[in-house]
Design a protein around this ligand. Structure first.
Ligand SMILES: [Zn+2]
Length: 79
């Protein structure tokens, strides 16, 4: 979804701006990212990143355990 300046019709590349970067026209409130909205978005991104990291950690651990199982328990030898 793209937003355009109401005055010059150019694409607003940064919705956090309060004024158009090209012509300086004020950007209507409803077209801007509200502060709490962007904060919530950043929090969501951070949460997703954390979940991804946890999944990776769990996958690494499972892989490590599988490797250990495959190589057998070094504590038991039948000779
Ligand atoms: Zn403009």
């Amino acid at each position: 979804m793209t937003y355009h300046c109401p005055k010059c019709q150019r694409v607003l590349y940064n919705r956090r701006l309060t004024h158009c970067g090209f012509c300086g026209a004020p950007i209507p409130e409803e077209m801007r990212f509200k502060a709490e909205e962007s904060a919530a978005l950043e929090q969501k991104m951070a949460d997703l990143e954390e979940q991804r990291r946890q999944r990776q950690l769990a996958a690494d651990k499972a892989e490590e355990e599988a490797r250990r199982r495959d190589s057998g328990d070094p504590g038991i030898y039948f000779t």
